[in-house]
Write a protein that binds this ligand. Structure first.
Ligand SMILES: NC(=O)c1ccc[n+]([C@@H]2O[C@H](COP(=O)([O-])OP(=O)(O)OC[C@H]3O[C@@H](n4cnc5c(N)ncnc54)[C@H](O)[C@@H]3O)[C@@H](O)[C@H]2O)c1
Length: 270
């Protein structure tokens, strides 16, 4: 295989959830730039339209579907519709996710009483688990249904460094949701390997996106956060593109069940 072929995803049918913003939008972009056929799923219709318009400028012909990934029946239908449109399914990015608000400390280290464990509402717990864990299950489950039939596929889940490391400034429900998603990746990888389907995770550190009310896009917050990161800064969404393309392409054919950190070294410690 030539170096060029290693990263060839041209013509592949790809679904990206949470594609209207941030990391998912960048993933959709690198797939489209690489000649893949892309379905953008998100609950934000305006954001979807804007993302699709940008991809069309690159010469791509994306389809979009407004869906709440945590609504199981509509979500399965959205995946089925994309498969029908493309005539198959090669790559799925289960990326949509939400924050659970600040933790028991704010990002500047001051106390945040509203983030303490006894103040976490049932509604917040349920919503974060529904979007960040249950919906990943629904996505993997339905993607596997289609990929098993063709005996090939790539599934990539966006987890977080929070899946393996506790953080005072991140709200409690986010932690077990992401840890659950990371372990689901390993279990699904084990089961689906015999069908030539790989399942891996991208574990971002701090990326300047719209999550958490776009806090990491606020210059003062971004600079303060950057000081805690060995590479000295937060990442821009485009910086996920290389890893996303790697995990979707033949270059990573023998990698499954992996969770790859993309965090500027932040999980190394301070
Ligand atoms: N930005 C970071 O620092 C960071 C760090 C670690 C992990 N992550 C993870 O990266 C993923 C992408 O987040 P991002 O940072 O790009 O945030 P973002 O808010 O910029 O983008 C998330 C997208 O997901 C969509 N979405 C949210 N809930 C949805 C739902 N129920 N149904 C359909 N769409 C939904 C949003 O509309 C949005 O377009 C998430 O899983 C997040 O947990 C982000």
């Amino acid at each position: 295989m030539t170096a060029k072929n290693m990263f060839d995803v041209s013509g592949k049918a790809v679904i990206v959830t949470g594609a209207a913003s941030g990391i998912g939008r960048a993933i959709a972009e690198v797939m489209a730039e690489s000649g893949a056929r892309v379905a953008l799923l998100d609950q934000d219709e305006e954001g979807l339209d804007a993302a699709a318009a940008d991809l069309r400028k690159l010469g791509a012909d994306p389809i979009t579907r407004k869906v709440d990934v945590s609504d199981r029946v509509p979500m399965r239908k959205a995946i089925d519709a994309a498969v029908e449109h493309f005539g198959g399914l090669d790559i799925v990015f289960a990326n949509a996710g939400i924050s659970s608000g600040p933790g028991f400390l704010n990002s500047d280290g001051t106390e945040n009483a509203s983030g303490e464990i006894e103040r976490v509402s049932d509604a917040l717990w349920d919503r974060v688990l529904a979007v960040n864990l249950n919906a990943v299950f629904t996505t993997i489950q339905r993607a596997a249904f289609h990929m098993k039939a063709q005996r090939s596929g790539r599934i990539v889940v966006t987890t977080s460094v929070a899946s393996f490391r506790a953080e005072s400034w991140v709200g409690t429900p986010y932690m077990p949701a992401k840890a659950g998603a990371a372990h689901l990746v390993r279990q699904a990888a084990l089961e689906l390997a015999r069908y030539n389907i790989t399942v891996n995770a991208i574990a971002p550190g701090a990326f300047a996106t719209n999550i958490g009310d776009g806090q990491l896009k606020v210059p003062a917050v971004s600079v303060a956060m950057g000081k805690r990161i060995p590479l000295g800064r937060v990442a821009q969404p485009e910086e996920v593109k290389g890893l996303a393309l790697f995990l979707a392409s033949p270059a990573s054919a023998f990698i499954t069940g992996a969770e790859i950190q993309i965090d500027g070294g932040s999980s190394l410690g301070r």
